[in-house]
Design a protein around this ligand. Structure first.
Ligand code: AMP
Length: 365
């Protein structure tokens, strides 16, 4: 989606990807096959580029740091260094006085007891590095299960977080340009299933004061990191109506995919504008929208039939061009625009039910 928007603005694109058939490469002028930590490949990328950006925060910060000597890198290696490590992220939030989940760090088996006392149960144990979409994290119900969970995560450095019985999850999406100006997308409401984003609805069903508070948190985080580009901040809304920061993603985010079709400027165009030194576009929502992620599980019986999507005049299918569908892998999404969020959500659920039915066909006889 970033490549599509960059092309529309007239830019040429070079892509480094470990997968030579990856989605962005299919639209690129120059494809460089290389793992995220392949510095030789990244230097070739730098040779071809005027500005370098990322589409995943798993690119090592030290690699970006080396590229910074060659070409502008946005977001910077500093931002990546903070967000790649859950503990560093939590320390950054604490040092800026930002509200977050109660947590404790774990480096050795001896830390288990202290962490459990500090955090309580139920809790979530998360590896400090490398986890996403629920990978690298486990819910822990009590002290007796903690040692087993720590083992299951490879005894890697981790953070134990208190499990939040949240009212809902929302994300604040923003772009910050080279001059430090910030523009916000409408706060989005997210529903996860098995720790993977399932739907995003906009506008979120939260009071305007809470949306302003989310924006205020976003400003403090993006400015505190001197971030440039798109950023998403995932928040829990507690039952008491408070916001807690769960996670910072310094990039275009899955919960902002609705913007591609529902907003004046998509998060992808906005990111290109920010990193290329252009003024930011208007991110206003044109119509209420609901996005449904399409996971690889739906491909179990082959590529799904999309009739239910196409039958709806305001439903839009977006497939990413990934060759292999595996369970939990995000293969694409459906965006439904509506008169209101409830109407769009009803249409999305009807489409989801149809796709699910195909996956589990009733075998006659
Ligand atoms: P994360 O990878 O940290 O974004 O976690 C993925 C999802 O797991 C979140 O969006 C929540 O739905 C859930 N989750 C993660 N951490 C917690 C927590 N401390 N309390 C409750 N739910 C959580």
């Amino acid at each position: 989606m970033l490549a599509i928007e960059a092309r529309c603005l007239g830019y040429r694109i070079a892509v480094q990807d470990p997968d030579p058939a990856g989605p962005a490469g299919q639209l690129a002028d120059v494809r460089i096959e290389g793992a995220w930590d392949d510095i030789a490949a990244a230097k070739v990328l730098a040779d071809h580029s005027d500005v370098i950006t990322i589409d995943t925060e798993h690119v090592p910060a030290h690699l970006l740091e080396q590229l910074e000597g060659l070409k502008p890198v946005r977001p910077s290696s500093h931002v990546l260094r903070v967000v790649q490590d859950r503990l560093e992220q939590r320390r950054f939030l604490a040092s800026h006085g930002l509200p977050q989940v109660r947590h404790s760090s774990l480096a050795r088996a001896e830390d288990l007891r202290i962490a459990a006392e500090a955090v309580g149960f139920p809790a979530v144990l998360k590896r400090r590095r490398g986890g996403y979409d629920g990978r690298g994290q486990l819910r822990v119900e009590g002290q007796s299960a903690l040692a087993g969970a720590w083992k299951a995560l490879g005894e890697a450095p981790a953070v134990l977080e208190s499990f939040v019985e949240f009212e809902k999850e929302v994300s604040v999406l923003l772009a910050r340009d080279l001059g430090g100006h910030i523009r916000f997308y409408p706060v989005a409401e997210n529903v996860h299933r098995r720790s993977i984003l399932r739907t995003t609805s906009v506008p979120a069903g939260i009071p305007p004061e809470l949306a302003s508070e989310a924006e205020e948190l976003g400003t403090r985080i993006a400015s505190g990191l001197e971030h440039v580009g798109m950023m998403a901040i995932e928040l829990f809304v507690t039952r008491e109506g408070r916001l807690l920061v769960n996670e910072i993603a310094p990039r275009m985010h899955n919960s902002g995919h609705f913007s591609f079709g529902a907003c004046g400027t998509s998060q992808f165009e906005q990111h290109v504008r920010a990193i290329c030194g252009l003024p930011l576009g208007d991110p206003s929502l044109l119509r209420p929208a609901v996005m449904l992620n399409l996971l690889g599980d739906l491909w179990r019986e082959g590529t799904p039939a999309w009739d239910a999507v196409f039958a709806h005049p305001n439903a839009h299918l977006h497939l990413y061009g990934k060759r292999v569908a595996s369970p939990g892998r995000k293969m694409g999404h459906v965006l439904v625009l509506g008169e209101g969020v409830d109407q769009a959500r009803a249409a999305v659920e009807a489409i989801a039910a149809d796709l699910e039915r195909q996956r589990a066909p009733e075998r006659a006889g």
